[in-house]
Design a protein around this ligand. Structure first.
Ligand code: FAD
Ligand code: DLZ
Ligand code: SF4
Length: 508
């Protein structure tokens, strides 16, 4: 029988992945660590180490199951440096002409696969709840693609937290219970940590030598790197953190990087966990009386709601999505995103945590680094590339709609009906960052004024034509218009002065 190549990418590490289900005895499984994938953005070293270690362990598992795996390590002689290159090399080596792949999660790689001279079949990635067709059908004819309605459909479809055709507890969404600031008596030990085994240690040495100069600390490294470990990390979360997940989902603390978050997105996105096992475990915790409904509903919504919706948007909107920039924001990303000193304690702490962990939770990404970039008018494509590089869970299908859409409003309101902007007030309420900051969150003008306070108004006024008619924002414009004229002028000139210093590369 003619040999075929079965491609498994670094974020396709699931035994149930479509290409593997289509494989038959005699096929060659191709897995490859390649320079192109490892450097199309300057990935955090922890992200690269996690994926390479998980890929090597997955390859060993497949071999144990009897598959012939042709695995290219990054330093192998002959490694061509790209996925298409490795497919061509393996095709020549094994006399194969056909390739079976599962659809990659980035348009870039989909195009690259279609461009090879090999006879390539790309199968749908059925590790998701909604197929592209399902999402297109849902989106068809709707004026606004509101996540909430999509989520309700997903609840009905999965039966998760349902009582017949009604949501358990009588409502779909318990978000109003989920906005508590962090309490003083925060408990919890954070995510489960794993000591590096031999495979991980080998990869750490490789990544240190090849990517040691990238932004991000490689050590200490404690991620799970196989499904068995990732499942233990999930159980640890369900046992210790899920009960408080809802209440403190939006809270931020300088000295507690994880609060009650799951820290499983890197495992889920790479294929070590499946959405269904995560959601079923969470639902069971509620049925057992271990976790309250607001926590479990909020958590399940993130996975079958937001995560699936974001993927739907990415594939619906097409390859140009990451280039959208409806607000015409043109500033360069300031060096503080790469760790340059800043007096803004909130941004400094989130960047420091990102450098250390390759992780920040949703509100840190949205309301600190994302909010600042949007208020300051940074080029959204540069913001997108930063997020794609620095987080261990980042692949374009999920990162781009979160950044270009939800965080930067660069898609003109497909993901969000209004931009996620706030003054320093929000950060002061939800975090302890402002205590000890060189800026004063209560000061609205002057040298010590919190930059978020200045830039918030500057942003709204810059984009008045676009947003003044938005009923959800009209109140803000009324507040501005009621302000004393002298004060308005000072706010705008202080904001301009701040942005001028930032553009000049001065410390801010
Ligand atoms: P938890 O807070 O414990 O949530 C549980 C799970 O829900 C997550 O593991 C994740 O799978 C899912 N989830 C929650 N929110 C979202 C969301 N908005 N979109 C998709 N899935 C969600 N998530 C990524 O997986 N990759 C990214 O590259 C990414 N980039 C982001 C960029 C910005 C600007 C923002 C605002 C959000 C981004 N998110 C991204 C969503 C979210 O921040 C992360 O999924 C979450 O922080 C992961 O941490 P956790 O596992 O502790 O999540
Ligand atoms: C992110 C990543 C990295 C850093 N390295 C590899 C790699 O060497 N080989 C590989 O197959 N995949 C890698 N990946 C994941 C791919 O970039 C990912 O499949 C695409 O971004 C599509 O989601
Ligand atoms: Fe951030 Fe402003 Fe608070 Fe400082 S005062 S931590 S800049 S919100």
């Amino acid at each position: 029988m003619v040999k075929r190549l079965i491609l498994i990418l670094g974020d396709q590490l699931s035994t149930g992945i479509a290409a593997l289900k289509a494989a038959r005895s005699g096929d060659i499984i191709v897995m490859a660590e390649v320079a192109d994938e490892a450097s199309y953005v300057p990935h955090h070293p922890k992200k690269i180490a996690f994926l390479f270690a998980a890929m090597r362990k997955f390859a060993a598992r497949l071999r144990g199951d009897g598959w012939h795996v042709a695995y290219s390590a990054l330093d192998d002689t002959g490694n061509s440096g790209s996925i298409p290159g490795e497919l061509l090399r393996r095709a020549a080596e094994f006399g194969a002409k056909a390739v079976i792949a599962t659809e990659p999660g980035e348009w870039r790689l989909i195009a690259a696969l279609n461009d090879t001279p090999l006879d390539t079949t790309v199968l749908a990635d059925d590790r998701f709840l909604a197929s592209h067709g399902d999402f297109e059908t849902w989106a068809e004819g709707r004026k606004q693609l509101r996540m909430e309605y999509f989520y309700r459909d997903m609840r009905r479809r999965t039966g998760l937290l349902m009582d017949g055709d009604q949501p358990v507890g009588g409502q779909w969404n318990f978000d109003h219970d989920n906005r508590k600031p962090a309490p003083k008596d925060i408990i919890g030990s954070g995510p489960m940590q794993f000591a590096p085994d031999e495979t991980v240690q080998e990869v750490l040495a490789l990544v240190s030598a090849r990517f040691g100069d990238n932004f991000g600390d490689l050590h200490p490294f404690s991620f799970a790197t196989d499904t068995e470990q990732a499942r233990r990390a999930l159980t640890h979360f369900i046992t210790h953190a899920l009960p408080r997940f809802g209440d403190y989902q939006d809270a931020m603390l300088a000295d507690n990087r994880f609060l009650y978050h799951a820290v499983i997105s890197m495992y889920l996105n790479a294929g070590l966990l499946h959405w269904c096992e995560i959601c079923e475990a969470a639902e069971q915790a509620w049925r057992d009386g271990h976790a309250p409904l607001n926590a479990v509903e909020g958590f399940i919504r993130q996975i079958i709601g937001w995560r699936e919706y974001m993927r739907g948007i990415y594939f619906l909107e097409g390859p140009d999505y990451t280039r959208r920039n409806v607000l015409n924001h043109r500033r360069d990303l300031p060096a503080l995103y790469w760790g340059a000193e800043t007096r803004m304690r909130c941004v400094g702490k989130v960047v420091e945590q990102t450098r250390a962990e390759a992780y920040a939770h949703h509100i840190q990404r949205l309301m600190v680094t994302g909010n600042f970039a949007l208020l300051a008018g940074i080029d959204p494509h540069q913001v997108h590339e930063w997020y794609l590089a620095v987080y261990a869970d980042a692949y374009e299908w999920v990162e781009a709609p979160n950044v270009i859409g939800m965080s930067q409003f660069a898609d003109g309101g497909i993901v969000g009906s209004k931009p996620y902007v706030s003054s320093g007030n929000y950060i002061a309420r939800m975090s302890d960052y402002c205590k000890g900051c060189a800026y004063d969150v209560k000061a609205k003008t002057g040298e010590t004024a919190c930059p978020f306070n200045l830039l918030y108004w500057d942003f709204l006024i810059r984009h008045r034509d676009r947003f003044a008619k938005n009923p959800r924002m009209a109140q803000m414009y009324r507040t501005w218009d009621r302000m004393d004229e002298g004060r308005r002028e000072t706010v705008l000139s202080d904001a301009a002065e701040f942005l001028g210093r930032m553009d000049a590369g001065a410390p801010i």
